[in-house]
Design a protein around this ligand. Structure first.
Ligand code: DGL
Length: 270
């Protein structure tokens, strides 16, 4: 039993899709979330910059006594998981492995699509995990850089002409490749699930990387006997810019209003 909180971070709001799932699976756990809203997006940054940012995000979170850190960001998970694992004496969990495993589980044909940020696609991390589990898998990978700004600006709903147009333009390649499973390899993308699902059709399984990661966190903490015995968990949110915007948009990401504490952090000092 371990009552310490779980630290979760992302470049911005996308990681809240993982928090939402963690809350559903582990309602008694206390979660401390950091969204680096002052430096979002991460997806267009170099490896060096991403490692620097990720180290600072983790150093801030570790000012709390945590039992685990969840990288609720496809970009950081695919670029810096190994570095963060080596440098930190507590479990650090990313989204890539669990999402890849779920994709392999769901796919019948082995034709798996992957969408993510430019940085994520550049690393080839998802493909490596997928083909390690299923060597004959054919992975079609595509960076979709316009999706994060669409989501961060609230333009992700069914019927949004811009979201639908951008989705159709990006994802035609996935249809042409005949994928039966599509990994939403960025934690912002599940917000676009309806639009993406409408375009791809019901025969294509969509893999929510934040959700897959949350399920893995629940399994791992249970195995480690590190779940809390508290009755209800608390939520603490921190951002590096624009608290008001965070509170407004976080309601949409979490599907409930953020009544908990939201703090502003200068993460560059860590
Ligand atoms: N949500 C993040 C991811 O999963 C990053 C989006 C961004 O900052 O570009 O990749």
């Amino acid at each position: 039993m371990d009552r310490r909180p779980i630290g979760v971070f992302d470049s911005g709001l996308g990681g809240l899709t993982a928090v939402r799932e963690l809350e559903r699976l582990l309602p008694a756990e206390t979660i401390i979330y950091f969204g680096d809203t002052g430096r979002v997006p991460y997806g267009s940054r170099s490896r060096e910059t991403l490692i620097k940012y990720a180290r600072q995000d983790v150093a801030f979170l570790r000012t709390f006594d945590l039992k685990a850190i969840v990288i609720a960001c496809g970009t950081v998970s695919s670029t810096a998981l190994d570095v963060l694992e080596q440098e930190n004496p507590l479990p650090v969990l990313g989204v890539v492995k669990p999402a890849a495993a779920r994709a392999v589980e769901m796919s019948r044909s082995g034709r798996i699509g992957l969408i993510g940020t430019q940085a994520t696609i550049r690393t080839g991390a998802y493909e490596r995990e997928i083909t390690a589990l299923r060597p004959d898998a054919q992975v079609t990978a595509l960076a979709c850089p316009l999706f994060v700004p669409l989501v961060e600006n609230g333009r992700f709903r069914r019927g949004d002409a811009v979201a639908e147009l951008v989705t159709a333009e990006y994802l035609q390649a996935m249809k042409d490749a005949g994928v039966d499973t599509l990994v939403l390899g960025c934690t912002h993308y599940p917000l676009l699930s309806e639009v993406i699902g409408d375009f791809m059709g019901p025969q294509v399984a969509l893999i929510n990387s934040g959700e897959a990661c949350a399920a893995q966190v629940a399994v791992q903490l249970k195995e480690m006997d590190a779940l809390t015995d508290a009755a209800a968990g608390k939520r603490l949110y921190y951002v590096s810019d624009n608290i008001a915007d965070f509170s407004r948009l976080a309601d949409i990401f979490l599907g409930e209003s953020v009544k908990s504490h939201v703090g502003l952090v200068d993460v560059t000092v860590y």
